[in-house]
Design a protein around this ligand. Sequence first.
Ligand code: ME8
Length: 655
Amino acid sequence: MSEKFYITTPIYYPSDKLHIGHTYCTVATDTMARYKRMQGCEVMFLTGTDEHGQKIEDKAREAGVTPQQFVDNIVEGPKGVKDLWKLMNVSYDRFIRTTDDYHVAAIQKIFRQMYDKGDIYKGTYKGKYCTPCESFWTESQLVDGKCPDCGRPVVDAEEEAYFFKLSKYSDRIRDLLENTDFLQPRSRVNEMIHNFIDPGLEDLCVSRTSFQWGIPVDFDPGHVVYVWIDALSNYITALGFQNGRYDDYAKFWPADVHFVGKEIVRFHSIIWPAMLMSLDQPLPKHVYGHGWLLLDGGKMSKSKGNVVDPYLLAQRYSADALRFFLLRSFPFGSDGNFSNELLIQTINTDLANDLGNLVSRTTAMAEKYFAGTLPAGQRADEALDGELTALASGLRDKYEEAMERYQFQDALSAVFQVIGRANKYIDENAPWALAKDMDANGPRLARVLYNLLETIRISAVLLTPFIPDTCAKIFDQVGACEGCRTWDSAKVWGSLSAAVTVKKGENLFPRIDMEKELAELEEAEAAAKKAALPAVEIEPAVEEPVDFDTFCKSDFRAVKVKACEAVKKSEKLLKFTLDDGTGTDRQILSGIHKFYEPEDLVGKTLVAIVNLPPRKMMGQVSSGMLLSAVHKEHGEEKLNLIMVDDAIPAGAKLC
Ligand code: ME8
């Protein structure tokens, strides 16, 4: 029977469209899943969305839709979570949504099981709550009085609530963290021990009553289950734990690894194992806390507005280029600074120059010198070939060692060291010089090209989990049969038949002109940002009532524009001379030059409020205010003066 491998990403909050930071973890998980499949493992790759909580409830209200409609749109809608994973070639086996019925029912059973065991009890919650993070904090955990995760203000919260006896599991968790390799990289262990275990684990508030968008506690309606209890359990409900929708819990649990971002390591390495201990279930084998993608030194996050759109980049450069960049440029355990320059430079250096050139030069030479098919009679030269063949033959072991540690960057470095060596091998052997005397040197030239093709083939097998589409093209170009594309064959030098036929294709990665591209990219990003803003944005209604008598004191009149001109030295102001029906001209100044040319307004019938106290603007008196309608279109302010039927006489009262 084949080995099982169960790997997960965090389940994403569909509170906004996903950004490239989210893509990072999913691409890493996908690469690991593909690698394990290639090795012959039976893989379960789970991802999904974490759809409950106050933040979603608030956002849905703002958008004027139900929470379910709101999350449906971000998960299933155009350019939603599922679309993004499709675009990025993410080969998940299962997708869980925490609003799925089977998950909801299972969470209720899980909550009850922990309650029946005596690990969940009722009490009063007094403490601090960070709404954006949906996290409770004790006073001592705050940093400068703010949320230790995101640095935003917290609010006082007090309510009747259920608590989970986290403190009961403190010693077992300490042992797990200190004495096993459960949590990786090791540096994260010290953080957890120092920040959470040493100060003493407090019981965790696991229900809320102040909002509704969550899974109700079935034996105490009015309480909804704390989102992290709901979310963490996805890793087992998605396999069928406490539900009949799936039945592979026994087969795949415990997970081999949960990949998670560093700010949620606390939940995965303390709360999650304690929950499983309470449920008497085995613990996952590993939790790996990866670093953040930073932009200008800060965490990329939607609430800070400094996000990079993976759609734009994948469509511009291909999913493979983006996947490669993410795992090649940053060590998985550490933070990394994202920049467009680094992205383009990585594509140019590794993919266009080193890999792309090697493939196109080698296949072009095989076509030019041998019409595409190498002759079987070839002459090896140990002194010239030995280093390259040894490096390529030993590559799989090096790569595997790095992949088993989740060190994607090291695995890629090993492959690119061999690719670099192969490019040097071309220069050392100068095929173009050998080709000058084919009678004498033909067999040697054939061997040089064969060695290059073999090196490319082995590299492509190992690059497949990272850049699957590109590698499929490379295999076709170098004439690799099915059996030459496998994990086993990556260890066997000489898998390609000697009389191999190549088929040069188009350039895998055309070189990008950095300066031109940066400028175009900036423009495209600005346009995409604008397009992503709501088409029409209208100011929310003022909820505070105004009493009728106060309202009636406002005197609105129809006024006719007799003259209109720009105010000197002001970019914004227009000066109106108006007939208000009194027989004396009224002067009003209005900051609307951005929206109207003065001459276009002469003769129009507008609406003014005329009993405002006069005020001075740029040295001129303004007696009243013209009414206009305002809104935003794609983030841009729009203004329309209220114009009424010209049949209405100047001075007519509006009521
Ligand atoms: O945390 N760089 O959801 P989420 C790298 N629903 N990774 C980043 C990142 C960045 N700039 N920004 C976000 C949640 N991430 C919970 C998970 S699991 C039971 C529940 C990562 O959508 C982040 O670190 O806020 C996290 O691992 C993942 O994206 C999902 O974040």
